[in-house]
Design a protein around this ligand. Structure first.
Ligand SMILES: NC(=O)c1ccc[n+]([C@@H]2O[C@H](COP(=O)([O-])OP(=O)(O)OC[C@H]3O[C@@H](n4cnc5c(N)ncnc54)[C@H](O)[C@@H]3O)[C@@H](O)[C@H]2O)c1
Length: 255
């Protein structure tokens, strides 16, 4: 049985990934700081790890002893992330540090603590990025900056551990319907007097596929990148964004 660790597994994409890997017959270590969310996920194949992934000692205390005794890891999907609004002038220092601690430092800690096991199984590490790892998003200076940096971390790991058979990639989902994006829709709903449904339609109106991605569609891409079918793919970034990042904003006026 293959073993996969998913961070941010209590909600949204991470939760869906935990269920998808378990559905494929994997043992899933589901890490999140949200105990309530993890409790409803626990099953024969899903092992909840209630922990703050930004704390190295939480890995030592909660995750590693289980992984060690139960036989290692074939894949890690680092999905946990947070968001705080603000631009480079008005963003609070505490928000910058908080987003840095989860969206970048905790990703580094995730790699640092799990590479030892991935090397044994010649496994793979997958970071969940965002179009904001490629493009600027208004008033999201922390999120944009640390998602960009995540791609550098992924490339460094791909280079440094390739000779030991470990692969490392980034998957960039576009809009998906999750708690995180529902919160982002609130501003659009309020500003334009739209329902949640209408707000998602509004933000995806220039996306070539004209809709948010389904969690199954994003999970499918993650399962592929961590599978043996992707055995020659490392240091790569895969867009699963409905075409969002191929659109030239200068041309949308012609639509
Ligand atoms: N929702 C979208 O439209 C969208 C678009 C592009 C990229 N993404 C990315 O997809 C990933 C998943 O996003 P989502 O929308 O499912 O988010 P979400 O807010 O629904 O879930 C994030 C999870 O991470 C957990 N988490 C946050 N900090 C943690 C910490 N320090 N320790 C442990 N757990 C922690 C939260 O408790 C939560 O369960 C993120 O990396 C996000 O940046 C999301």
């Amino acid at each position: 049985m293959k073993s996969v660790l998913v961070t941010g597994a209590a909600s949204g994409l991470g939760r869906h990934l935990a269920l998808a890997y378990a559905g494929e017959g994997c043992r899933v270590y589901a890490a999140d700081r949200d105990r309530g969310g993890l409790e409803t996920l626990e099953s024969e194949r899903i092992v909840p790890l209630v922990m703050d992934i930004a704390q190295p000692e939480a890995w030592d205390k909660t995750a590693l002893p289980r992984i060690e005794t139960e036989g290692g890891l074939d894949a890690v999907v680092a999905c946990a992330a947070v968001m705080r609004l603000g631009n480079a002038e008005d963003c609070l220092m505490e928000d910058w540090q908080f987003v840095n601690s989860v969206n970048l430092t905790a990703q580094f800690i995730t790699a640092k603590k799990t590479l030892k096991y991935l090397k044994v199984r010649r496994g793979s590490l997958l970071f969940i990025g965002s179009p904001a790892a490629r493009l600027a998003v208004r008033d999201e200076v922390c999120y944009v900056t640390f998602k960009h940096a995540l791609c550098g971390l992924s490339k460094s790991i791909a280079f440094d551990f390739g000779a030991e058979g470990v692969r490392c990639n980034v998957l960039h989902p576009g809009w998906m319907r999750t708690a995180m994006s529902d919160r982002e829709m609130e501003e659009i709903m309020e500003r334009r007097g739209l329902t949640l449904e209408e707000a998602y339609a509004y933000v995806t109106r220039f996306v070539p596929l004209k809709r948010p991605g389904g969690l199954d569609e994003i999970a499918g891409a993650a399962l592929f990148l961590t599978s043996d079918k992707a055995s020659y793919i490392t240091g790569a970034e895969l867009m699963a964004d409905g075409g969002l990042t191929v659109v030239d904003p200068g041309m949308v006026g012609f639509l």
